[in-house]
Write a protein that binds this ligand. Structure first.
Ligand code: CA
Ligand code: CA
Length: 145
């Protein structure tokens, strides 16, 4: 799984996009997935960089979440915006990370990302429930760097 284009098939990508759509029916939070070959250093620091590069800090409630995956490094990180970090416990993303890790270990990346996205949606629901007037503030498409 070295090349970023070969990491997921078109069908798998669409399943993840669909998972994001479903997850965002639970929460006003906005979830994105970004794939990159390597983070060239600390994976969380790179996730934060990408988060800002994608302008994910432009949500009304500052509740964007980036699931960042460095494919060649076999590493990933979850980064939530300030609105989330201000109200959730420090270990908030641990259960989501555990779900993803357990699938990744078995080489099932599509399932790991999809389940992670759905779990993140459920986690966010407690703090940022879906609202009647919800708009899709950030694209659900997977971005690649
Ligand atoms: Ca939304
Ligand atoms: Ca969205």
């Amino acid at each position: 799984m070295s090349k970023i284009e070969d990491f997921l098939s078109k069908e798998e990508e669409q399943e993840i996009v669909e998972a994001i759509r479903i997850a965002e029916q639970n929460t006003s939070g906005e979830i994105r997935v970004h794939l990159e070959k390597t983070s060239n250093g600390d994976v969380l620091n790179r996730a934060i960089e990408v988060f800002h590069h994608l302008k994910m800090n432009n949500t009304k409630e500052q509740n964007g979440v980036l699931i960042y995956i460095a494919v060649e490094d076999k590493a990933f990180a979850i980064y939530g915006d300030k609105g989330i970090n201000d109200v959730v416990p420090d270990n908030f993303w641990d259960s989501t990370k555990d779900v993803m890790q357990s699938y990744f270990k078995r080489g099932n990346f599509k399932q790991g990302i999809s389940e992670g996205v759905l779990k993140a949606g459920k986690q966010l629901k407690a703090y940022f429930p879906w609202q009647q007037d919800d708009i899709d503030e950030l694209s659900n498409e997977i971005s690649k760097g």
